[in-house]
Design a binder for this molecule. Sequence first.
Ligand SMILES: Cc1cc2nc3c(=O)[nH]c(=O)nc-3n(C[C@H](O)[C@H](O)[C@H](O)COP(=O)(O)OP(=O)(O)OC[C@H]3O[C@@H](n4cnc5c(N)ncnc54)[C@H](O)[C@@H]3O)c2cc1C
Length: 383
Amino acid sequence: MNIDGLKFSVIGGGIGGLAAALALRQRGAQVTLLEQAAALTEVGAGLQISANGMSVLRAMNVVGETPDGGQLSHGTILRDYRKGRAISRIPPPAAGPTYYYHRADLLDLLHRAALDAGVDIRLGAQVIEVVKHPGEAEVVLDSGERLRSECAIAADGGRSAIRPVLNGPEAPQFTHQIAWRATIPWSHRDETPSASLTMGPGRHVVTYPLRDQRLMNVVAIEERSDWQQEGWRLTGDPDDLRARFADFGGPVRDVLSEVTQTNLWALFLRPVAQNWQNGRLALLGDAAHPTLPFMAQGACLALEDAWILARSFEEQSGVTQALAAYESRRRIRATRVVAAAGANARNFHLRGPMRLAAQMALMAIGPRLSRKYEWIYTYDATA
Ligand SMILES: Cc1cc2nc3c(=O)[nH]c(=O)nc-3n(C[C@H](O)[C@H](O)[C@H](O)COP(=O)(O)OP(=O)(O)OC[C@H]3O[C@@H](n4cnc5c(N)ncnc54)[C@H](O)[C@@H]3O)c2cc1C
């Protein structure tokens, strides 16, 4: 269908919402993006964007062929926690390299592209309800204002308040995993900048460079059952972080010793949504398929969603058909990637003899490991 002038309300100004707004606007739609925060900001530092996410950013002209602002990855080094000994090196996927982005930089690129394309971005606009009418979706803001459009897209994240409109109430469940995140100034230059994944019992640490190796991004994950806080994100104590990873040696110990500020995320999840759309309202990104971060694919999936959503409108004859096509194209893939990330929660945190056996296997097959996940990276939503 021709979506020139068709009105869309996109709820949420994260990576998913901005990408969806841009992809729709680039096809002529009239898009209003509603973000509850007073400014578009991302906390939590780094993001790995693999080839499947990069192809969407390139197709939307958000980045060029050799993207500015992204740090080219030369692969991932797997390490044992005790002395940081390298067990294996996973080369970049055959599908194409991964880039490491500072979240604020990627958000800024998407934000500027959306503004330039003519997306109407409204900040401080919290959506409290979406009502379906014949031929229309009505979005209700906390201010009492009501906006009508032909279609609403809820990209309001893992705690989506709009998802219950389609799926009823479902409280997110604590996964017993906590993520500590930090960035530290970095001065070492590596000819082949890579990520490091250091695995120990019940914990792992991922580090990779950002912004032309001037920053090092740190994500330290630990299994914990004692989370009592209501909030998802808290300011952490760097000494507590070091104490919890005190038995980690080698390069990661040096990195953790430099941390002066850190935040903690309790990782809560809902399952992949049962219902993604009702013919006028659709879920996108974490709102539809929140994932553990252990495949580094949540933002990449949101980018794929955005492109497939816009393309479904191009290819289908009406809004209802387009949203149904979007859901059927995205559900299986998103579910499979979310499951792969969940499996890594176990693989990365093995204990005792299981860990030693897994290390032997990794030594043998490590260089071929990226092939196991090639189905994730070779997927090109824009093809
Ligand atoms: C530790 C960690 C590491 C990660 N690493 C990676 C990685 O390396 N690669 C990768 O691809 N992914 C990674 N992810 C996942 C990625 O961060 C998310 O999947 C992605 O940010 C989801 O984007 P989104 O736009 O769907 O949701 P969000 O980023 O959560 O954005 C939702 C937006 O909606 C707004 N909003 C919420 N409710 C309302 C409302 N009612 N009205 C208006 N606005 C609203 C919010 O303020 C927010 O701006 C990681 C996640 C974690 C926790």
